[in-house]
Write a protein that binds this ligand. Sequence first.
Ligand code: CAA
Length: 418
Amino acid sequence: MKKRVGIEALAVAVPSRYVDIEDLARARGVDPAKFTSGLGAKEMAVTDPGEDTVALAATAAARLLKQQDVDPSRIGMLVVGTETGIDHSKPVASHVQGLLKLPRTMRTYDTQHACYGGTAGLMAAVEWIASGAGAGKVAVVVCSDIARYGLNTAGEPTQGGGAVALLVSEQPDLLAMDVGLNGVCTMDVYDFWRPVGRREALVDGHYSINCYLEALSGAYRGWREKAVAAGLVRWSGTMPGEQLARIAYHVPFCKMARKAHAQLRLCDLEDAVGPGPGTPEARDEVAKSQASYDTQVASSLGLNARIGNVYTASLYLALAGLLQREGAQLAGQRIGLLSYGSGCMAEFYSGTVGEKAAERMARADLASVLAKRERVSIEEYERLMKLASDAPEPVAPAPGAFRLTEIREHKRVYAEGT
Ligand code: CAA
């Protein structure tokens, strides 16, 4: 029998501060409805230099081990997916291993391909376990990022930050993956990038949306072909995409998930044999079905709307938000997931929600993770954004959280809150 492999549990870490998105709109002289209804945002996480990618990753990983009672000696692999790493050579994963005092007997490395980097790490971990190479050990995959476009840019309301740590094992209490059915699509494009030495990303915003949708189409069609052959979905009755109970998307801003879902439906409508909506306009109308979006997508976006973009972690925030709300109801049902990284790369995969999903998510206690944040003014947000990245303010870390305290001789020093 094939091994069951997938995500056993997860934990989330978020920056200690956020701004209300309507405050940001008013400060920029923009109609708040553009950010709330046009982009789908409510709040946006704000980091300071002490809350860097390492600090967020270590906080999420430490929380995962504590909340889910993981014996560190079981971990054979620790991967950090990030596009906001802190060194050209030393990986974030090595910091996490040291800060958490994890055993030396594990593989540690970072994976990078824009927002896809976390999924690259997850797939490496899943395939490592499924192949038997893991020899019974589990893997921890951490997606940690700080989305930063800069003040007064079009991307500003789509910033954010945080980390999601995933425990990957042969006990997939959250999501048992359909190993081997993944669909992938890659294209060499400049839609979003961050040249070495730059703190802020460069982005061709509207083009990046088109790249996302085109790559999604390729990845989804790749998955669908294999899923139909494996008998997981069918070209009869409802469309194949509609046979997934829910679909979680990469969420750079919440409205993107709506666009993505319409595109996925369009792929099914275009490829269906037999009578369908006659004209392209009629097809578009069916693709954009509000009822389908409400059923399959809307319930996954609660965390994303309150945190903003977290690059590699955004898809996994959507998964966390979905299982937090509907873990019990979805137990035993198949869901789809779409990962996108600019540059670009998309991967569509599926899995079955585990019977213990609700219990695992209760332990992750996401409501209290968000409740501990402080709302700050736009003046304070702008002050934090202007701080030099190598000069963290002397703030004591919260209990269980890590912070960068100083950089001494080009070496980063962290403290853990007690
Ligand atoms: N009331 C309600 N809605 C309004 C409105 C108002 N007063 N004014 C505008 N809107 C709507 C617009 O109609 C539009 O909706 P649709 O897309 O459905 O038409 C939406 O608000 C946004 O308006 P604009 O397109 O005019 O906004 P913009 O040009 O200022 O910027 C953006 C939008 C391009 C997404 C920009 O925020 C950006 O560049 N973000 C970063 C890039 C990004 O997130 N790209 C996503 C794909 S790439 C990716 O996924 C990787 C990654 O993580 C970065």
